[in-house]
Design a protein around this ligand. Structure first.
Ligand code: NAP
Length: 291
């Protein structure tokens, strides 16, 4: 199976590296070509456009920023839809919500091409280690065919049903992540205002029932007060918006998600969008006069 990969950002780079190291035949495309060039040394071929890439491979995977970017890559000038042929599969692993993937599934079906969405839970570390959790919607047979590839990228994959359901599962998990990190940040702000030592408080939290791998993972950056993006805060803000869109349509009341979204909006407006989502702590510290 020849794979094509579009999008070599924070997630795409380690994911493609794993596929190449596992022996897959991979052709890559990235808007900023300089990010694609190092992959030639690992054995990847480089395509000039999504359309050019589609002509060279059996299955195309996209891992790009958001719904607008996905539309550009699929339907824009030199887009994927213009290069596909019957029998191929396209898999979007970005987080874009249910509507763009349902639209794409219908558009590609007209060309005889199967479309899966397979967004992931887990950041750059799990992408490097192959321990992502992959949340799939779309044709089940196509999922089974591509499971060996998912097994290289993740420790588990789940097929949730028709197109849109993998996207919905991803939004459910991510809203919990965003609310949880705001909760952790509020605990740390309270601790600082009360004069508690932050390192000791984090050590104590790590032993309690609310300890989670993400607390341990973020502890070094919290203590260093440095937040280089693994998962950019602007993407978390996007995911809150997508979850609230689904909630509005389905009459799901999500009061904590709604309130937390506003904190992330404010953080983005204050220039923290390209920092890691853990920079939500900096936003809350500013609100309390700690910064
Ligand atoms: P990222 O580092 O911001 O990379 C975005 C990618 O999209 C880059 O390859 C970028 O190309 C491309 N892109 C952006 N605008 C484009 C356009 N107009 N046309 C063509 N390509 C464009 O994002 P990421 O962190 O890898 O995340 C990718 C997706 O996975 C997002 O939907 C995110 O929500 C989701 N996700 C991320 C994480 C995480 O921890 N980072 C975890 C789970 C899910 P350039 O290089 O040219 O800018």
């Amino acid at each position: 199976m020849k794979l094509g990969w579009i999008g070599l950002g924070n997630m795409g780079q380690p994911m493609v590296t794993r596929l190449l190291n596992a022996g897959f035949d991979v052709t890559v495309y990235n808007r900023t070509r300089s990010k694609a060039e190092p992959f030639a040394q690992l054995g990847a071929k480089i395509a000039e456009s999504p359309r050019d890439l589609a002509r060279q491979v059996d299955t195309v995977i996209t891992m790009v920023s958001d719904g607008a970017t996905l539309e550009e890559v699929l339907y824009g000038e030199g887009g994927l839809l213009g290069g596909v042929r019957e029998g191929q599969t396209v898999i979007d692993m970005s987080t874009v919500g249910p509507e763009p993937v349902q639209k794409a599934a219908a558009a590609f079906a007209e060309q005889g091409v199967k479309f899966l969405e397979a967004p992931v839970s887990g950041s750059v570390g799990p992408a490097k280690d192959g321990t992502l959790v992959i949340l799939v919607g779309g044709d089940e047979a196509a999922y089974e065919v591509h499971k060996p590839m998912f097994d290289v990228l993740g420790k588990a994959s789940f097929h949730f049903g028709e197109n849109g359901q993998g996207a919905n599962a991803k939004l459910a998990i991510n809203l919990m992540l965003g609310v949880f990190l705001q909760g952790l940040s509020e605990a740390l702000v309270l601790g600082s205002k009360a004069g508690l030592d932050r390192a000791t408080l984090l050590n104590a939290i790590a032993q309690t029932a609310v300890a989670a791998p993400i607390v341990l993972g973020k502890t070094p950056s919290i203590l260093a007060d440095e937040f280089p993006a693994a998962f950019a805060l602007k993407h978390m803000e996007k995911d809150f918006g997508l979850a609230l869109d689904v909630a509005k349509k389905s009459e799901a009341a999500l009061p904590a998600t709604s309130a937390s979204h506003q904190t992330y909006v404010a953080a983005k407006a204050n220039g923290l969008g390209d920092h890691d989502l853990m920079a939500i702590l900096s936003q809350l510290e500013r609100l309390s006069g700690l910064k």
